[in-house]
Design a protein around this ligand. Structure first.
Ligand SMILES: Cc1cc2nc3c(=O)[nH]c(=O)nc-3n(C[C@H](O)[C@H](O)[C@H](O)COP(=O)(O)OP(=O)(O)OC[C@H]3O[C@@H](n4cnc5c(N)ncnc54)[C@H](O)[C@@H]3O)c2cc1C
Length: 290
């Protein structure tokens, strides 16, 4: 079964954008292909005219640090992320979430950009990027812009990015300040058969003089797009960083977040229970890291 007619490997962002313009909507961006090829095979229609492979573009395949930000190219693979000494402390939750995506073969080719551009709210990399308050650099309708990662999600599987026209370039977020900030990720997954978790949770916390001074909590999937548990974050602020506070946060999360039943993954009731389990686990891990 022929899936495409032409396959291009541009060496720069400018070249990739030119190719997308030249094909005028008949080309599609591809990175690791672990979502896209499954989708194209399932669709079973006429071959795609062209695929534009972004994984050879140096700007999109680097992990860098500036005094202000950690920058990760959209074409960085999950394996690269997991092996990065820079990210081990500066973005532990991201390393943990990318480390459980698929198996080694998937992680060796699948990219963080593909995880976000595919626009499923339960994507493991996405869950951690939301807790890190990451921004995404995109080229949309020919213009470059940075915007919060959540803004790329319009609905389950619906991205702000048009994959026949737009590009996701990089992510950026502030590195975790060791000693007073920490992150953690955990998920509950069926042992086999499906590609997305039953439920995942990433947290970023800041502790000052033994109290939570700030927190960001990302639990997914709750709705069709990723979102932070802002009520729980607000409730943690100013509270002592103790097991009692974590227990109260877990109870509040279970009372205020309402996941839905998925016929492939789990019932809403089970997921509701797991919200408490995951939040307790990740908050405790983050506090221990501080
Ligand atoms: C066996 C298996 C297990 C998996 N397990 C997990 C899992 O545990 N957790 C999880 O979250 N996911 C899982 N996945 C899904 C998938 O591997 C990830 O979402 C992965 O990160 C997708 O990245 P990719 O580079 O392969 O994307 P691709 O398939 O190349 O692309 C996905 C989509 O994003 C678009 N796109 C890609 N890069 C860009 C870019 N730079 N700019 C614009 N658009 C772009 C493509 O056009 C396409 O629409 C699994 C998949 C498989 C096959």
């Amino acid at each position: 079964m022929k899936l495409w007619n032409h396959y291009h490997t541009p060496a720069s962002t400018a070249e990739a954008l030119q190719l997308l313009r030249d094909y005028a909507g008949q080309a599609r961006v591809i990175a690791g292909g672990t979502d896209l090829l499954v989708e194209m095979r399932a669709a079973g229609h006429a071959p795609q005219e062209a695929l534009i492979d972004i994984t050879g573009i140096p700007e999109l395949t680097r992990i860098e640090a500036t005094p202000e930000y950690i920058l990760i190219g959209a074409g960085v693979t999950h394996t690269q992320l997991v092996k990065s000494p820079l990210l081990a402390g500066a973005a532990t939750c991201l390393v943990e979430s990318c480390g459980v995506v698929g198996g080694p073969q998937v992680r060796n080719v699948a990219t963080l950009g593909g995880n976000v551009a595919h626009a499923l709210p339960a994507g493991d990399g996405t869950t951690s990027l939301v807790a890190l308050a990451a921004e995404a650099e995109i080229v949309k309708d020919g213009a470059r812009a940075w915007l919060p990662v959540e803004k790329l999600f319009l609905g389950a599987g619906r991205s702000l990015l048009n994959p026949a026209q737009d590009l996701l370039l990089r992510f950026r977020f502030a590195p975790v300040a060791a000693g007073r900030e920490a992150t953690a990720f955990s998920r509950i997954m069926r042992p086999q058969g499906v590609a997305l978790p039953i439920m995942g949770c990433a947290v970023w916390v800041q502790v000052t003089a033994g109290h939570f001074s700030a927190a960001r909590i990302s639990i997914a999937p709750i709705g069709p797009t990723p979102a932070r548990a802002t009520d729980v974050e607000a409730a943690l602020s100013g509270q002592p960083a103790t097991a009692t506070t974590i227990e109260q946060a877990a109870a509040l999360a279970q009372a205020t977040l309402h996941p839905r039943t998925s016929k492939y993954r789990a019932t809403a009731d089970y997921r509701q229970e797991m919200i408490g389990v995951l939040l307790r686990r990740t908050l405790t891990a983050a506090i221990e890291r501080i």
